[in-house]
Design a protein around this ligand. Structure first.
Ligand code: PSU
Ligand code: MN
Length: 302
């Protein structure tokens, strides 16, 4: 059966001529940032990838079609749409089979990128183990996906709203290489350091590409998390964020925000409580990740 994938002209061309491609998720556009900054960021990131010599492929589901690369009109429609589904592994087939429209999370974007033959993906941060997971059982499907789908995900670590030690433990248990770029500490999204040592460290894109290829050689399934610290000039110090994150989590608990709504709610509250500073930092780190992902995509071809 033919796969329900539709490629943009730009991605079709890159695939045909064997040029490097970087996948991008769409949940960050629909659920991670407010309009119009989400649209501006999506365009900025795509431009960053082109400038670095690779082709961007933003992935989303529109009317039951998995789009690999969005034209500008579709990107704009998605950025302005309300009530778009947030699609993870559990929802993807249902949405496609029933003609729905939805944005793909890290997990669903990895699945679609792999189907399209794309092995490098840039995002902001991955989902992880939520604080209080020992009672809520809230662990992002992104972690499970990294354990089984062979895509390199470049993020700024995991969001500081999560339980980072537990997130690293699950990644280790599930055999996911966590490689931090050019430093020893695992980064915490808006801050350069989480205070936790990174399991692995790489200093250039070639080392990252070689590790991914070696897993295939050794017949080890799964992807890799490349943790790229936010640029120093854009970071928000961890001690400034700590009370803000605690307040946002307390409000989420008080209002019984659960499941898929937790991450979008916390991001929105932290945006409000930092007077927009968290968003400025978020944009800078995604841009930084897009650049590194393009370098890795190029290194994968050598
Ligand atoms: N990073 C951001 N904003 C986001 C996300 C990541 O800066 O909105 C999204 C990603 O799509 C990620 C998802 O896969 O949040 C995780 O959601 P959950 O915890 O419900 O699995
Ligand atoms: Mn969750």
């Amino acid at each position: 059966m033919k796969l329900p994938l539709a490629y943009s002209a730009e991605v079709t061309d890159a695939l045909a001529t064997g040029r490097p491609i970087v996948a991008l998720e769409s949940t960050i556009i629909t659920h991670g940032m407010p309009y119009p900054q989400n649209l501006g960021t999506a365009r900025l990131i795509e431009g960053e990838i082109r400038a670095a010599g690779a082709t961007p492929a933003t992935i989303a589901v529109m009317d039951g079609q998995i789009l690999i690369g969005l034209d500008d009109e579709t990107l704009e429609a998605l950025a302005q749409a309300d009530n778009v589904m947030k699609l993870s592994r559990a929802d993807l087939a249902f949405a496609v089979a029933n003609g729905h429209t939805g944005a793909t999370t890290v997990a669903a974007t990895m699945i679609c990128a792999h189907l399209a033959g794309i092995s490098v993906f840039a995002t902001g941060g991955i989902g992880g183990v939520h604080r209080g997971a020992e009672t809520s059982f809230d662990i992002s499907a992104d972690l499970e996906e990294l354990a089984q789908t062979p895509v390199i995900v470049v993020g700024a670590g995991a969001k500081a709203i999560l339980d980072l030690p537990k997130t690293l433990e699950i990644l280790e248990t599930r055999g996911v290489p966590v490689v931090t770029y050019q430093q020893d500490d695992f980064p915490a999204f808006w801050s350069r350091s989480s205070g936790l040592p990174s399991p692995l460290r790489a200093d250039n894109a070639e080392q990252i590409a070689a590790s991914h290829k070696m897993r295939e050689t050794l017949d080890l399934e799964g992807g890799m998390l490349v943790a790229n610290p936010i640029p120093p000039e854009a970071e928000i110090a961890a001690d400034i964020l700590k009370p803000v994150i605690e307040q946002a989590i307390a409000e989420a608990d008080a209002r019984n925000i659960a499941a898929k709504s937790v991450t979008p709610f916390l991001l929105q509250r932290i945006f409000e409580l930092t007077g927009g500073k968290s968003l400025t930092a978020n944009i800078a780190l995604v841009q930084n990740n897009a650049r590194l992902a393009a370098e890795i995509a190029k290194a994968m071809q050598t």
